[in-house]
Write a protein that binds this ligand. Structure first.
Ligand code: COA
Length: 221
């Protein structure tokens, strides 16, 4: 459910600069997405590149405030602990496969000025709608664990993820994903090249389509 003054739509070329600005703010250690990369996402799977924009009533101006980039993967061609670079074919999305049964959430980000308004939840619901409309088995993602680095010396990633799932610890990203309906498969190491806050760890997360689940032998474990 979107709060008033916000709406969702698919990405346009005119959004590219605003997306790069959000990226620079939420991932300050990363090089923001280039126009060429964003154009590639759009060419491969336009309906999977969803934008949240802020368009207050009475204002002629709408501002891009969040994005969710997805692609369709034949997941049996990959391993559960593959990195973001592998799963996105180095951000070309050239591995998008129209026959794939899995919608992979490559990135979701919301401008810090508009976080905690339920935008990630709405963007996740939009991805869930792609899964159900296209009768896919599931969506899968790699959740950063930016709260883990600070406690990595005293607990394992498995213990940390279990505490976040139990609600006894809060992670700025995984907690939001869990509230948005994702479930943890398991933690993996080396998902992102530069994520010191997560101490190199991430949690593989998924949402399985109850109408069209994968066959048991292809479930993620
Ligand atoms: C993760 C991120 C996308 C969440 O965006 P958001 O729009 O603020 O998320 P939502 O408002 O939809 O929050 C979802 C739920 O998590 C909760 N939540 C969000 N941040 C939280 C926090 N720090 N602590 C506790 N709960 C939190 C919200 O209250 C909401 O729960 P509710 O439905 O019960 O109200 C955003 O923080 C972000 O862009 N982070 C930086 C980029 C990033 O790391 N992306 C993830 C890549 S894996």
């Amino acid at each position: 459910m979107l709060p008033p003054d916000y709406r969702l739509r698919t990405m346009l070329e005119s959004d590219f600069d605003a997306i790069a600005e959000i990226c620079a703010r939420v991932y300050p250690a990363e090089t923001p997405y280039t126009h060429a990369e964003l154009r590639e996402h759009m060419t491969r799977f336009p309906q999977g590149q969803v934008i949240a924009e802020y368009a207050p009533a009475g204002s002629a101006k709408a501002t891009v405030v969040g994005v969710h980039f997805t692609l369709r993967l034949m997941f049996k061609d990959f391993h559960i602990d593959d990195s973001w670079d592998v799963l996105t074919a180095n951000d070309t999305f050239s591995d998008d496969n129209p026959e794939g049964h899995t919608l992979y959430g490559a990135d979701i980000m919301v401008s810090p000025d508009h976080q905690h308004h339920g935008l990630a939840h709405a963007l996740t619901d939009a991805a869930r709608a792609i899964v159900t409309d296209e009768s896919l088995w599931r969506m899968v993602g790699g959740s950063r664990l930016p709260g883990y680095g600070a406690v990595a010396a005293r607990m394992s990633a498995e213990e940390y993820v279990a505490a976040v799932r139990a609600g006894t610890m809060i992670d700025p990203v995984l907690t939001a994903h869990l509230k948005d309906g994702w479930a943890v498969v398991r933690p993996i190491q080396g998902y992102l090249q530069h994520d010191p806050d997560s101490a190199g760890w991430a949690a593989v997360i998924q949402w399985v389509n109850p109408e069209c689940p994968p066959p048991p032998e292809l479930e993620l474990r």
